[in-house]
Design a protein around this ligand. Structure first.
Ligand code: NAD
Length: 243
């Protein structure tokens, strides 16, 4: 398939996990893609650009460079995100600000910088990477869940604001996906294989979601095939939300 022929995309957090898999899939289907990341080491044909989504100047510079080098921006995948564990008693105010700054305001900064380019596109599309945590009521994930709940609400509000400009905004809500992030989490567990089994059992499919499965959902929502779809949260969670 080459439904992204002639289109350009930026992917934040595009050097690892879900972001990298998405960037590679979009490129494989014909898009010119820039990965904006703290550590932008990606192979060609991807363009790696250093950016910190918590720093407005850094985001603006990277988005403008991406637009110049790719020839505009049609698609934004707001994917950069970090985790947080614990109840409301376990994270202090500084940690709440830090995680919201990356997971929520990072998307706002990137979108703000990219909107002037998206307005010139015939396929202006934004996909925010949310999480099943937005709605699942997961234990020990108060702060992380709150950021993803905000991402889902932000997606709906942005969809309403930018539909008149021809820009679609959707989010994907993955269940636990097999990424370096989850690898790091398992390494820290007392019993990594028991912890992995617990994560697998949480999803009705009995397994973790693959990065390719999340990337496929993001690619659909970003593509002209989804031209009538805006303001949705697409679960990619092995049946966790539906069953
Ligand atoms: P990952 O840690 O493998 O990759 C995240 C990337 O984001 C890294 O390359 C990192 O350098 C980059 N990043 C972090 N902070 C950044 C910043 N301030 N500026 C720019 N880049 C930054 O993580 P992943 O598992 O692929 O997660 C990607 C997204 O998917 C996140 O938004 C996460 O919340 C979401 N998600 C992940 C899972 C899962 O189970 N892995 C499930 C649901 C949602």
């Amino acid at each position: 398939m080459s439904e992204f022929e002639g289109l350009t995309a930026i992917v934040t957090g595009g050097a690892s996990g879900i972001g990298l898999a998405t960037a590679l899939l979009l490129a494989d289907r014909g898009a010119r893609v820039a990965c904006l990341d703290l550590n932008p080491s990606v192979d060609k044909p991807l363009l790696g650009l250093k950016a910190d989504v918590t720093d407005d100047a850094s985001v603006r510079a990277a988005v403008e460079q991406a637009a110049a080098e790719l020839g505009g921006i049609d698609i934004v995948v707001n994917n950069a995100g970090i985790g947080a564990q614990g109840t409301v008693e376990d994270n202090d105010d500084a940690e709440w600000r830090r995680v919201f700054d990356v997971n929520v305001q990072g998307m706002v900064r990137t979108t703000r910088a990219a909107l002037p380019f998206l307005r010139r596109s015939e396929n202006g599309a934004i996909v925010n990477v949310c999480s099943i945590a937005a709605t699942a009521g997961l234990p020990q994930r108060a702060l992380y869940s709150a950021t993803k709940g905000a991402v889902q609400s932000l997606t709906l509000a942005m969809a309403a604001d930018h539909l008149p400009e021809g820009i679609r905004v959707n989010c994907v809500n993955p269940g636990t996906a097999d990424t370096p992030w989850i690898g790091r989490l398992l390494e820290k567990a007392d019993d990594p294989s028991a912890e992995r089994a617990a994560l697998e059992a949480r999803q009705p499919s009995g397994r973790l979601v693959s990065v390719g499965e999340v990337a496929a959902a993001i690619a659909y929502l970003a593509s002209p095939l989804a031209s009538a779809t805006t303001g949705v949260a697409l679960a990619v969670d092995g049946g966790m939300q539906g069953l």
